[in-house]
Design a protein around this ligand. Structure first.
Ligand code: ATP
Ligand code: ZN
Ligand code: MG
Length: 531
């Protein structure tokens, strides 16, 4: 990696040829001292290759390596020149621009992101040349070029690994269990009126549906979450965009996030025209609505753990509080899923118990492992599901331009997905017949770094972990494998039904909609009437 560019420094008084001697002296000092600091090899440092005075400004041609990149070199030069010229000539640096900057990267890149900073990208004989626009101090003093290079490398790696990478590796599975049921519970829930469609990917759950969901939630809390000492908190469900920038979701999953806008004014008279229109036309003018709203000020709960990192942002945490183990079940998450919506399998608005923890690395790994043990007990014994776990974090790392496979060790940052078989979707050999019902992650410093969550001692970095338990999906897979009849269920859910009577199902002239639905409802309700 190399950089070339032309740095132009403007001063409070124009320079003239008489300053040449001092400049030569300054350049020597820069090249021998200031610009080599921090570089292990001369070619990794920065160098002023020549200089001239033009229109009273100082023009320096720079060549730099990987360790003193051109933007850092520019700032070092500015600071040093400002000091010398200030004391010797009593002139100050007025402005700083970097022109004709070219980054030379090893390898022929196939990606070319459209960013204002990039003028063009050329590939030639094993190298990629990135031509940049003019940059001023406001850009140079931030690590914008470092981020640009990272973006190029990340995009290139994703492009290279597309389709090749193993992002799904089975790590554990239950024994095969003969399903007691083959039908699609989604269809039955709707037919018997336990759930009613509200809007795309949204349902209204009537009391018996919530009864089943609460059964699964309560069992999960009693068998997994509470025995490990997690305590309940309440997290907000709409988040300012900056939080999504820090978590990375705005960069990684913006295509499936929902946003919320504030009204243009608190003064109702600002809406008069709109209100008049709706009053007369009795319709919502979707397009015009935009004019009455501010640009999105929030995104809707996406991962559900975002507020956890925000809470600890800027805090210094010590051993009195660590490890911190919380869970939130206070509200919905939202995903734009575009397609594949089916019953409660894939929703736009869904509900989740989100388990989060913060600690020293060994604590975070240990908690993840304790959770895994309880999760296995829950899936295998409590719900008696046919399940499997997969490691879904890429096994590769890019190291100095070379992609290499790293160890297949799970006590490190990464994600495990929990999946269960949906017999109504096909045989267990068919990948499409499996549904992700939850996952568990060790994040390492992925969130503690950007949110600046610190440990009281400098030498240790805190880690976080989280696990999402999507309650509609767990309920669905349980019924899909075990059916509606509690007689056939394992003991814990059966006991729940014994202790807690199922609430009455809604029956009216028009609801459930069909005669078959009403009849089926009666049969199913009977299963719970005398548990
Ligand atoms: P999928 O691969 O099925 O889209 P995901 O990888 O997007 O799932 P995560 O982002 O890992 O899911 O979310 C954690 C959990 O939240 C999932 O395991 C699942 O239980 C639940 N979940 C995610 N998306 C949905 C959805 N659209 N409808 C219902 N539950 C969902
Ligand atoms: Zn999370
Ligand atoms: Mg998804």
């Amino acid at each position: 990696m190399k950089f070339k560019g032309m740095l132009i420094l403007e001063f409070s008084k124009p320079l003239t040829e008489e300053h040449n001697g001092l400049i030569r002296h300054v350049v020597d000092e820069l090249n021998n001292n200031i610009l080599v600091k921090g570089a292990t090899l001369p070619e990794e440092a920065a160098k002023v290759v020549d200089f001239r005075i033009e229109d009273g400004k100082l023009v320096l041609n720079l060549e730099t390596g990987r360790q003193v990149r051109i933007h850092s070199a520019a700032m070092r030069i500015k600071n040093y020149v400002a000091k010398i010229f200030g004391s010797k000539l009593k002139v100050g640096v007025r402005g700083l621009t970097l022109k004709d900057t070219v980054i030379e990267l090893d390898g022929e890149f196939s990606v070319s992101p459209k960013i204002p900073l990039i003028r063009k990208l050329l590939v030639d004989e094993g190298k990629t040349y990135v031509y940049l626009d003019v940059m001023d101090e406001s850009v140079l003093k931030k690590p914008v070029l470092d981020r640009l290079i990272k973006l190029l490398n990340d995009k290139e790696m994703r492009a290279k690994w597309k389709g090749k990478a193993e992002h799904w590796q089975l790590i554990k599975r239950s024994r095969e269990k003969e399903p007691l049921f083959k039908e699609d519970p989604n269809k039955i829930f709707e037919e018997i009126g336990w759930i009613k469609r509200f809007s795309i990917g949204q349902w209204i759950y009537t009391p018996p549906a919530i009864y089943l969901i609460n059964m699964i939630k309560q069992l999960f809390l009693e068998e997994v979450v509470k025995p490990l000492g997690f305590e309940e908190v309440v997290f907000p469900k709409i988040y300012p965009p900056e939080i999504g920038l820090k978590t990375g979701h705005l960069k990684g999953t913006i295509n499936s996030m929902l946003f919320a806008s504030l009204p243009i004014s608190y003064d109702i008279s600002a809406f008069e025209e709109l209100i008049d229109y709706m009053s007369v036309m009795n319709e919502v003018p979707q397009e015009d609505l935009r004019d009455y709203l501010r640009p999105p000020s929030y995104f809707l709960c996406f991962a559900q753990c975002e507020p956890f990192y925000q809470f600890f942002s800027g805090e210094i945490v010590d051993d009195r509080a660590l490890p911190i183990k919380w869970f939130d079940q206070s509200g919905p998450s939202f995903r734009w899923e575009a397609g594949g919506l089916h019953g409660v399998e894939r929703l736009i608005e869904f509900h989740r118990i989100e388990v989060v923890w913060l600690g020293k690395p060994e604590q975070v790994v240990e908690i993840r492992n304790q959770l895994l043990e309880r999760y296995e007990h829950f899936m295998d014994k409590v719900l008696d599901l046919e399940w499997r776990w997969a490691w879904v974090t890429p096994w590769y790392l890019e190291h100095a331009g070379v992609i290499e496979k790293i160890s297949e060790e799970i006590n490190r940052p990464g994600t495990i997905d929990f999946e269960a078989w949906l017999p109504y979707k096909g045989s267990r050999d068919d990948a499409k017949a499996w549904l992700e019902i939850g996952n568990i992650s060790i994040h390492g410093t992925k969130f503690t770094d950007p949110f600046k969550i610190k440990y009281s001692k400098k030498n240790v970095k805190l880690w976080t972990g989280c696990s999402g338990f999507g309650v509609e999906r767990w309920m669905l897979v349980f019924i899909a494998q075990k059916g509606f009849d509690p007689e056939n269920w394992p003991s814990k859910p059966r006991e729940y039904v014994k202790k807690n009577p199922m609430p009455k199902s809604l029956l009216t002239v028009t609801y459930p909609k069909t005669k078959e639905g009403k009849e089926l409802l009666k049969k199913i309700v009977d299963l719970y009437s005398n548990p």
